[in-house]
Design a protein around this ligand. Sequence first.
Ligand code: FAD
Ligand code: ZN
Length: 486
Amino acid sequence: MADLLPPPVDRPAYAGRWLTDAADMAPFLMDWRRRWTGRALAVAQPDDTAGVAAVMRWCHARGVAVVPQGGNTGLSGGSVPDESGRAVVLSLTRMARVREIDTDNDTLTVEAGCTLRAAQEAAAAAGRLLPLSLAAEGSCTIGGNLATNAGGVQVLRYGNARELCLGLEVVLPDGQVWDGLRGLRKDNTGYDLRHLFIGSEGTLGIITTAVLKLYPRPADRANALVAVADPEAATALLRLARQAAGDALTAFELISHTSLSLVLRHMPACRTPLADASPWYVLIELSAPASAAPPQQTLEHLLEQALGQGLAADAAVAATGAQFAALWALRENISEAQAAEGKTIKHDIALPISAIADFVRETDAAIAHAFPAARLVVFGHLGDGNLHYNLSPAEGVDAADTAAQAAFLADEPALNRLVHDAVARRGGSISAEHGLGVLRRDEAARYKSPVERSLMRAIKQAIDPRGLLNPGKLLAKVDAAAESAP
Ligand code: FAD
Ligand code: ZN
């Protein structure tokens, strides 16, 4: 008879929302690429750190898995649960307050669910720059940025999310709170725990608040779109730009002809300022304080040299703020434009900058030979040695033709192997900034040494011995010893 009674109303007690209705939970269960859809026991949205701790204690006591989620813009499937329906999604978006700005210490203390754009705006209102910048900044959150160690378009000048973080507050799998909110640039008091949680993709703890570094706002900025023959010329131009501009060099982005063409086709507001098409382009940005040489002047001088040395075929320097934004729109809309052409196969690779041109030459040729129907859409942060070495179905394949799209995706494992083996041969990484999630989890195990894998396993076992935090992400099944522990 007891089975016929309604189940007891059991949920953690905290301030915030606890969603169990299917329609309410749906937006939290599918990723941005619409590639992974899961199910959940509930979606918890606490209002504060005490609430996060209450949810973690409740889950820990019941052996319930927890999937942390920020803006759900991650590209590797790390932010959504699996199909078991046994996990709680812990969404941080109601924890979005700016706790403090210290303009003497040049730090911003901000809760994990604050969007990157809101954090940038808070810094700007205090006359400072938060330099992390990426196309998803309107939706992605500081917690997600740190959990994935996000990169973006200014890493060349200011470093990635890890380098911008001085302190963290983290809720551990059993609900304990670690207060590491120190705004210190020097602190040699043992293991630097914050670095364990940065880039851990929600597998070790819940980041609830962070202390981030702020910088002076540059007085002036300038950018240009430059036509170059190939990645070799682009690399030579990067060398020249470093020499000519030094610290003023803020971004150096490579864009293939195909990538730019997709933007011009799908984004009606976007126009190229260059008269002739080129196989490759570079988008350069310089920025500088008032005391330094005006960036536009430095940029024009640099481009004169590049044209004179035959490194560039043509260049357009933005003359107004609107033109500056229009040039960036050409770069920032590539992902959206590529998505409009059907399914995508993405490779987020890092290489020594000196190996990029050779990698592109060899891998482009190998793909053209083995997969003639696949179309390369290559772009990325050349200044950081990071390429988005992406593929789309052949020109003219209908995005709505599900059979053709499935046939394209059927080649994904073989394409991944070809690309990632070429990366590994050159000492590169198969995930530069998007993390492993579920997308690269198993492949990463193939390319990491046994020593590296056993150290990662030991860290997981020490902090999350019951394997409750984001199970099935980052660590390959063979490495996730904790998950099968009793
Ligand atoms: P989510 O997608 O919600 O989560 C990502 C991972 O972090 C998951 O594993 C999740 O479990 C974990 N997580 C989230 N919040 C927390 C928390 N508080 N505590 C612990 N774990 C947590 N990325 C780049 O690096 N550079 C780019 O240039 C870039 N451009 C992009 C452009 C577009 C159009 C899109 C859609 C994405 C882009 N990304 C880029 C990827 C994505 O925006 C970043 O990975 C971002 O940092 C994810 O933040 P989020 O809040 O959306 O995290
Ligand atoms: Zn990127």
